[in-house]
Design a protein around this ligand. Sequence first.
Ligand SMILES: Cc1ncc(COP(=O)(O)O)c(C=O)c1O
Length: 379
Amino acid sequence: MFSPDFHPFKVEQFLSELEHGVKFNFSESGVHPMSFQGLVDLAEIDMPTLMETMIDYPQVNGKQSLRDTISGFYPGASSEGVMITVGATEANTLVASTLLEPGDNIVCFRPTYEQISGNAANRGNEVRWVDLIETNDWGVDTDALAKAVDEKTRIIHVVNPNNPTGRVLTAGDRAQIIAAAASVGAWIVADEVYAGTEREGDVETPSFWGTYDRVLIVNSMSKAYGLPGLRLGWLVGPEEIITQCWRRHEYASIASSMLSMELADKALAEPARSKLKIRAKALIRTGFDVLTEGLAQHPGVFSVVPPEASAMSFVGFDLPISSEDLCMRLLREKNLLLIPGSRFGVEGHFRFSSALPEDHLREGLVHLNALTADILQGR
Ligand SMILES: Cc1ncc(COP(=O)(O)O)c(C=O)c1O
């Protein structure tokens, strides 16, 4: 079917084949999404005006007002240095095809969302993995980072806050990553889709923007804003590189949709933007507390480094079953979906998304605990 050299996107394949129609879908990475009506109310969108939107091809690199707003989030960025994409997904794919030449390598941290690494591998570029260390709260192995980087390193890829661990890089780790990139002139591609989903406090995860001259930022409406169905993301960087990505965007998708750009424009205008983030954080905070309570039903079986941000927890388990088999039993027997750690290259874990309506989450946790009891009793 595929060439043996093709690397499927293991996490997204698992989701797209299995998640539809699942009763307890705890496998997604964002907060519980909003309805269209919910967004209209929250952002006080004038419906008669919205209804006049022409269903035309939009401005290909993104609606001007939307790019103006987004450039304002990144001090010193111009609207020409912003391009609107079909989700962060398209942005990541464009970055890989724009920056990577044959013979280049890319350095990535594991576990991570293996999108840009998968694109790189499918282009024939070497992917160099640097482990994140669970016993160090999923911090960066900085010695391994220094060893992984060489003059052929074109990209150091960071997902900050991280998927699946929810870890936010420390100032020290960020400095090491910048130093490693600067030592060989590599680009830092920072996927910051989970910035703004901090679980404690109100300090937003600092952007890599402005920390080094070779930085590209990827972000989207999907996570902190809870609007994944808009399929709208963005790329921020030096104008010359953004223009190169734009040439590839014309091949990949032409543009994001007109209606999505209109709605994103409204959602990112204050006070809607702040209200969306407040909504996301409330779901994330309650959800994690409920998850912790649920996992405590089996002391010693589950362990989790509390995520500093995001709706997700990367939960370790001590059970005589692989992560793939555990997740498939949960799906078959309990109609509940989690993502096996193996899909992130780490056994003995699953990814659990808990920023969901509380009653639904509690009901699902009862089923997780019931199957756990069965496994502990050898059933
Ligand atoms: C780190 C990361 N980047 C990108 C994406 C894709 O986001 P989008 O819905 O904006 O395409 C995801 C989705 O899970 C993600 O976790």
